[in-house]
Design a protein around this ligand. Structure first.
Ligand code: ADP
Length: 463
């Protein structure tokens, strides 16, 4: 343990957390002011220990130019989750010591995922990155798709065998404990099954880093929802009631659901999802009962966010509906909203693309009295969204995301995600003839050569 002594662990500083640019997400570094770096005896690239309600590690990098002189540390969404903090919280930062691990075990951080690829690929992907047990980390992955399709049918349909995308993995265990890194001698293991992150934890599956072209919207929602959920005492002290309901409106596929989930994760709140059309039950009174039960459950689990998707389907204007069931459901929702205590730490976020179609009573004060428009992204927004969805994807030099963002006028986030997915499948189709699909795993040499090129995107655009 000789080299541990070279680290002065007494030098630590409390510093406020801000967000790293989403384009830099998942690479394992944090940005902090030059002055703070020298105070802590750090050079660029050194390992730092970051302590919030949990401990994680990163490598230190210079700040953005505009940050020089401001005392903040910029972390990505994964690191914020791994340190158990949200942006605006404080963490303790000190110089860290990373040990070469003898063994690291990973598992997929999301369910229903079959991974292709070897531990050798993980070894390369994480080389040098500081890791601690429990961290959720990102890497490029090859995920098996259409696995249950017989080979001859797959060939007939030209259906790809695997997909390329960013994967989130959880570091299940490390030996030794503490901050470690992977080197050529580390034994790396990938468990096949999903490891459910601790429910009480802030989840890293979706964070603000995963939303492009909506910085203003995120800021507005943070102020209305995240701040009151995380600091209810602030609002009590000021004697103002935080909003109980926020209405998001915008066309389908613009990221409303993803946004609500990200706010829940970043606020360390439980997330309850109601799909409007699915609530409508058949038996008398069943839908109201379901709604009541969900509100009760969410109140018990507070801080919570209830997200009601397509609220127009469960709360249409009462004057315009003929069915008694719809009228009762609107009335039930109104009663539940009115019954929410301001101190309950529960916020209802509803989404619709037809705000004019919902019952006016829902938009009165104390109900959904805040509205946020989630619009179709502009060109820089589309560029940001393309950047997010190609994260971790090997792109050929000929691919210009700028050019693609210019040529996709009118595309919403969901369209851009589909475009990228389709381009990646085109790339996989190109190498399919080289593959022996009866083999259990695809040779690393082939995976390594695989990248998505300009014509893959051209073909995808034509589809
Ligand atoms: P909505 O709820 O508005 O219909 P979703 O949140 O369900 O839209 O978006 C569907 C998918 O489209 C998301 O899972 C994501 O892949 C992609 N997407 C939509 N908007 C964005 C965005 N602003 N940034 C990144 N991805 C987006």
């Amino acid at each position: 343990m000789a080299d541990v002594e070279t680290v002065d662990r007494t030098k630590a500083r409390k510093v406020q957390v801000a967000n790293l640019s989403p384009a830099e997400h998942g690479r394992g570094f944090a940005r902090l002011p030059a002055r703070l770096m020298s105070e802590l005896g750090l050079s660029e690239g050194d390992v730092i220990e970051i302590v919030g309600s949990k401990t994680t590690a990163a490598r230190a990098l210079r700040p953005y130019d505009e940050d020089e002189g401001i005392d903040i540390i910029r972390l990505d969404g994964l690191q914020r989750a791994n340190a158990g903090v949200g942006s605006g919280d404080y963490v303790e930062v000190r110089k860290g010591q990373s040990t070469a691990a003898t063994r690291v075990v990973f598992a997929p951080a999301a369910p229903n995922m079959r991974l292709e690829g070897s531990s050798a690929a993980l070894q390369r992907s994480f080389a040098g990155r500081p890791l601690t047990e429990g961290d959720v980390v990102a890497t490029t992955g090859h995920q098996r798709v259409n696995a249950d399709m017989p080979d001859h049918i797959r060939q007939l349909l030209n259906a790809p065998a695997f997909a390329l995308q960013e994967l989130k993995l959880i570091v299940v265990s490390t030996a030794p404990k503490g901050i470690v890194h992977i080197d050529a001698k580390t034994q790396v293991e990938l468990l096949s099954e999903y490891k459910e992150p601790d429910q009480a934890d802030r989840r890293a599956d979706v964070t603000y880093d995963d939303l492009g072209g909506m910085r203003g919207t995120i800021d507005a929602l943070r102020e209305m929802v995240e701040l009151p959920l995380r600091h209810p005492e602030l609002f009590q002290r000021l004697g103002v009631d935080p909003p109980k309901g926020v209405l998001l409106h915008g066309p389908p596929g613009t990221g409303k659901t993803r946004l609500a989930r990200a706010v829940a994760n970043e606020s360390a709140a439980r997330f309850f999802h109601i799909a409007g059309p699915e609530v409508m039950g058949s038996a008398y009174g069943e839908s109201e009962k379901r709604l009541r039960e969900l509100f009760e459950e969410a109140a018990k689990a507070a801080p919570s966010i209830i997200f009601i998707d397509e609220i127009d389907s469960i709360a249409p204007k009462r004057g315009q509906v003929t069915g008694e069931a719809e009228k009762r459901l609107v009335a039930q929702l109104l009663t539940l909203m009115d019954g929410l205590e301001p101190r309950q730490n529960l916020v209802v976020i509803a989404a619709t693309n037809r705000p004019e179609a919902i019952d006016e009573a829902l938009r009165r004060p104390g109900r959904f009295d805040r509205e946020i428009v989630v619009g179709v992204p502009d060109e820089p927004g589309r560029r940001e969204i393309l950047g997010i969805h190609t994260r971790g994807m090997p792109l050929d030099g000929g691919v210009s995301l700028e050019d693609l963002s210019r040529r996709t006028y009118g595309f919403v986030g969901a369209d851009l995600a589909a475009l990228v997915r389709e381009a990646a499948l085109e790339a996989v189709r190109r190498i399919m003839p080289e593959l022996d699909l009866s083999e259990q795993t695809i040779p690393t040499e082939i995976l390594d050569r695989l990248s998505v090129n300009g014509s893959d995107f051209e073909n995808a655009l034509k589809r």
